[in-house]
Write a protein that binds this ligand. Structure first.
Ligand SMILES: *[C@@H]1O[C@H](CO)[C@@H](O)[C@H](O)[C@H]1NC(C)=O
Ligand SMILES: *[C@@H]1O[C@H](CO)[C@@H](O)[C@H](O)[C@H]1NC(C)=O
Ligand SMILES: *[C@@H]1O[C@H](CO)[C@@H](O)[C@H](O)[C@H]1NC(C)=O
Ligand SMILES: *[C@@H]1O[C@H](CO)[C@@H](O)[C@H](O)[C@H]1NC(C)=O
Ligand SMILES: *[C@@H]1O[C@H](CO)[C@@H](O)[C@H](O)[C@H]1NC(C)=O
Ligand SMILES: *[C@@H]1O[C@H](CO)[C@@H](O)[C@H](O)[C@H]1NC(C)=O
Ligand SMILES: *[C@@H]1O[C@H](CO)[C@@H](O)[C@H](O)[C@H]1NC(C)=O
Length: 298
């Protein structure tokens, strides 16, 4: 008799028990977008909405995120930073869906949230919200310094901004080898909590070498990469040196032309002088011969 009754009694009790379910895996939300924090509850008997209470709160501080009872939202004790950013799905409540819609997610929203549901019985469960933001495409720059020569040490800087959370930076050479030495990476957060990542790789300069910088966001995966190629030309003729060379060449040409002009004038002058001297000498000669002639005549 008892062996028949007990399972039936347990079954009835299990039916009456409220069970709240939330995702076990962290919920990843994109910064600036809306996120749905799923929470469903099972309740065997159809219930009257006026008997339903739903509380969403921050697990750590117990601050209220969203409240609902008496068939309406109850937001008087809602934490200020959630004002106008939360709602339930009213049409879904009667179907056991107490999910929370959180609008315009920010980095500060990251954390654990507890969904608490009561009809007659009650239960609660917590989920983790993680915020992600994609980084800008990384940009690699070569420290600009004139007169780079093979064998010099140069710093390559890779910058990407506006992302979250911290990403891993992978530097590779042209052969795809992972360069791990001599990297310093720094992280600066803006007022929204989004990061600018700066990674500096120091390399010994070789002609025809390629370096790439790639970003991996732990929540979003690969986030693109950028590379620089240092060609032989870069090293022999960095732009500054090239212009200096061209400038010098032009100066030299102008100088040569000027010199040629001066020389020509000088040569002409000395020629004229020589002619004048020759004429003078001739005149003198003629005079002398005249004198001689007069002497002879007398
Ligand atoms: C929320 O629940 C719906 C329906 O069960 C499901 O399709 C969706 O993937 C869930 N979202 C998350 C973030 O768990
Ligand atoms: C709850 O309802 C919303 C709106 O229809 C839906 O997006 C969400 O996936 C539902 N969640 C569950 C757990 O069913
Ligand atoms: C729900 O509860 C209200 C107030 O207690 C009552 O007036 C109403 O008849 C109930 N509805 C159902 C379907 O039980
Ligand atoms: C929320 O919306 C109301 C009405 O639009 C507005 O008066 C209030 O300033 C808003 N609160 C916040 C924190 O944005
Ligand atoms: C590169 O090397 C570092 C340090 O050894 C390691 O943590 C990282 O996982 C490596 N990355 C790849 C893509 O091999
Ligand atoms: C790292 O830097 C040090 C000193 O700046 C240098 O001696 C060393 O060769 C560098 N290593 C690599 C792999 O570039
Ligand atoms: C660099 O590459 C260019 C073209 O690929 C090649 O002509 C040149 O010889 C290379 N220079 C060196 C130093 O390897």
């Amino acid at each position: 008799m008892l062996s028949l009754l007990l399972p039936a009694m347990l079954a009835i009790q299990a039916m009456a028990v409220m069970e709240v379910l939330v995702p076990e895996q962290p919920v990843v939300a994109l910064h600036g977008r809306d996120a749905t924090l799923n929470c469903s509850f099972s309740h065997a008997n159809s219930f009257n909405l006026s008997d339903l209470s739903v509380f969403w709160q921050l697990t750590d501080t117990k601050r209220s995120v969203h409240g609902y009872w008496g068939e309406r939202d109850q937001l008087t004790d809602q934490a200020e930073r959630f004002a106008n950013r939360t709602s339930l799905f009213p049409a879904q409540l009667g179907l056991g869906n107490a999910s929370l819609l959180l609008s315009r997610v920010v980095v500060a929203d990251e954390g654990s949230y507890t969904c608490f549901v009561r009809v007659q019985d009650y239960d609660s469960a917590s989920l983790l919200l993680q915020v992600a933001a994609p980084y800008s495409k990384p940009v690699v720059t070569l420290q600009t310094e004139a007169n780079l020569r093979p064998g010099d040490e140069v710093a390559l800087t890779c910058v990407a901004y506006g992302g979250y959370p911290e990403a891993s930076v992978i530097w590779k050479d042209g052969g795809g080898r992972n360069l791990t030495d001599n990297i310093t990476t720094s992280l600066v957060a803006n007022e929204e909590g989004l990061f600018t990542m700066t990674s500096v790789l120091t390399v010994v300069l070789e002609p025809n070498s390629t370096y790439s910088c790639g970003l991996i966001n732990p929540l979003l995966g690969d986030e693109g990469y950028a590379f620089v190629t240092i060609t032989g030309q870069n090293i022999a003729f960095p732009p500054v040196a090239l212009w200096v060379t061209v400038g010098l060449a032009v100066c030299l040409l102008v100088l040569l032309v000027a010199l040629a002009a001066v020389c020509r004038r000088k040569i002409k002058e000395s020629c004229e002088e020589a002619r004048r001297e020759a004429e003078e000498a001739k005149e003198l000669e003629e005079e002398e011969s005249k004198t001689a002639m007069t002497l002879l005549n007398s």
